[in-house]
Every structure is written in C-alpha cells, then in structure tokens.
Design a protein around this ligand. Sequence first.
Ligand code: HEC
Ligand code: HEC
Length: 352
Amino acid sequence: MSSWASAWRLGFVLLATLSTVEASTLPPGVEGIGRLASDAEIAAWDIDVRPDFLGLPAGSGDVWQGEEIWLAQCASCHGDFGDANHIFAPLVLGNITEEDIAQGRVAALQNPAITRTTLMKVPTLSTLWDYIYRAMPWNAPKSLTPDEVYALLAYILNLGYVVEDDFVLSDANIRLVQQRMPNRNGMTRDHGLWSVSGSPDVLGHTCLSDCVVDTAVTSSLPAYAMNAHGNLAEQSRSWGPYPGQWTAAPLAQNEAVSAATLTIPTQQLTTAGCTACHQMTGLLVGPSFHDIRGRYVGSEHAAYLQNRITQGGSGVWGELPMPAMPDVGADALQDIIAWLISGELDKKGSEG
Ligand code: HEC
Ligand code: HEC
C-alpha cells in the first residue's frame, strides 16, 4: 500500500492545481509544482479490491435488496435476470452446474456453441465487487454505496445458483463465497505472460527511419466464421466509438432484386429517421437518395452500404458526417438496401 500511496501522491503532485506547496515534503525534482494530495483525495481514488479482498469496504446486502436495486439501476441494460445481450454480453445465462461449483471450473466453457457469460468466466469475486463499485451503473459510475454493491452481487450470484435466495453477502463471508465461484480454478498463469525473468520471451526490432508502413488490412475472419457470435451490429452498444461490426451475411446480396417488386421503402425510411437528412432529389443534410442510388448500383455494394448506414461515416459526399443508425432493424435495413442498390433495375424512376 505504501508504494502505491506514494505513487498516487506523486501523481497528484503533478496533476493538482498550483496552490500551497509543502516544498519540504515533495519528492526532489517536483518542488514548486502543485501540492501533495490529501489523505481524503487519495482515499477517494484508492478503491481497488484485490483478489485476497484487501481494500474491501465493510458492509452487507441480501439477495432481495439486490434484486430491487438491480431492477431500478441495472436491468435496463443487462436484463431483469442479467441475461440481456443488448448493451453488453450476458452476465448470467445458466450453464453453471453444481458440479462446476464443486470443481471450480465451468465445463460449458469448453463448448463453443454456448454463450460465455461473465459469471461463467470470472474466477475472482473481488473482480466483480471492484468493477461494479468502480464502473456501474454505466451511466452513473461510483454512485453505489458498499452495501448496495454487496446486495447487487448477492443477487447476481443467486441468479447463477451460487448462493441461496435468503443469502446475505458481507465482508465477513465473502471469502467463503469465493470458494464457490464456479470458475475459480479457471485462471492459469502457465502461459508465461505473467512471469518474465531476465529478458522478455519475444523478439523484435525497432525501425527508426524510413520504416515501411503497410496500412493495408491483410487479414480478416473468413466468411464462415464472421457470424460465429451472431451479428455484432445487432448486439453491441449503439453508441460510443465502437459500434458493432455487421458480421452477418450481407443482406440483400443474394436477394432476387427485381424492378417489379421494388418500391420506395417510404415507411422504413421515415420510421428510421433517414428522411430528416435525405430527400429523394436534391441535397439536404445528406446527399439525395437519387444520387446515392446512382452511385451504388449492384449487389456488390450491399455490405458496404450496410456498414455505412449502421455505423455512419463522413467524407464520401462532403464534410458533414452521417451518424451511426444502428437501430433501423434488420427487415427495414434489408428493404432500404435492396432499394438503394437496385438503381438500374428501377430505371422507371419510381421516386418521381
Ligand atoms: C446504461 C447501461 C448500463 C447500466 C444501467 C448498467 N450497466 Fe453494467 N455494463 C454496461 C456496459 C456497456 C458494460 C461493458 C462495459 C465495458 O466493457 O466497457 C457493462 C459491464 C458490466 C459488468 C462487467 C461484465 C464483464 O464481463 O466485464 C458488470 C458486472 C456490470 N456491468 C454490472 C452492472 C450492475 C450491477 C449495474 C447496476 C448497478 C449495471 N451494470 C448497470 C452497461 C450498463
Ligand atoms: C443526421 C443526418 C442523417 C441521417 C439521420 C441519415 N443520414 Fe445518411 N447521410 C448523411 C450525410 C451527411 C451523409 C454523407 C456522408 C459522407 O459524406 O460520407 C450521408 C450518407 C448516406 C449514404 C451514403 C454513404 C456513402 O458512403 O456513400 C447512405 C447510403 C445513407 N446516408 C443512408 C441513410 C439511411 C438509410 C438513413 C436512415 C437509416 C440515413 N442515411 C440517415 C446524413 C444523415
């Protein structure tokens, strides 16, 4: 703790605003810069809970309290039973047996067809405690009290049948519960990445001038493996810098696109909000659908358009960005893309 504390202090010295300087206690080299962090400031940052539960605040909470807090603050993203695949991968989704709990190794992890959940994987209870206290709920991190975290964890463990319905989790019994963590023996350090003595076990060289930089993407998953975990674009968070890639087979690619069946998907475009920025002819915020359709005739453009629509982008038509539109829905997206790429077939110009 003491070396960490001094590291924290040094960090604060460098970060804190210029004010009273206790020059005599500052490490050499940083005199005159900022001030020492106070114990209260350090305590506010120093919240890590380690695998041996060092740092764990005292407190307790039961499954029922946990369920109440869960439904109010967590279920909207993780599902009522931690099973949602909407914003993040499921936290709990069955596939943990009494045998696993006895062995400390979740057998279903060996089966690639089974969805891996947080509770199936995580070996240490401290990690869950720390993570929830530190980072959840996602929209209001660090807003939970220790008792609330105990209660939430009791609820999550109960969902996985690790503890009974009437269980009260506390700092006094958490070590015993650790002994029931389903995958507590699932962590290995045998791969050697943790212990490096002497020189590292990798070879490398550093290029310092005239280095060849290859920016081409030279590898990607083969088509048959792309969809191994379902279509990420439909599962992942719909905001932030990394919306999910479209990994399902490109829509409309093999559709028999025929002029006879294609009409303007007016309703889909309106419902999805596209018409706020695109009109049939003439520039609005974005290019006209007439122009877009003229540019992307043919099914080879389907996958590209899908990614552009679900992930947004800029620079093709101008500076204005198109936002990611991940919530269009697979059916509407299919209709829209089939229509967009059908330009030549639809020469009659049904858009008028
Ligand atoms: C607004 C949406 C949202 C809410 C509300 C929310 N979470 Fe999360 N949660 C997420 C996202 C997104 C992640 C993944 C974050 C990341 O990887 O950066 C996550 C991750 C987690 C994880 C880690 C799972 C893992 O395998 O890494 C746990 C545990 C968790 N949340 C528990 C909770 C609890 C308990 C609450 C309620 C107090 C809560 N969450 C509320 C969105 C949310
Ligand atoms: C907030 C405004 C806005 C909304 C809403 C919007 N777009 Fe766009 N869209 C744009 C802009 C701006 C561009 C030009 C981006 C560029 O130059 O790369 C664009 C470009 C496009 C392109 C051409 C992409 C390319 O790479 O050539 C397509 C296709 C498209 N939008 C379809 C849609 C669809 C379908 C919807 C509804 C689901 C939609 N847009 C909603 C503003 C918007």
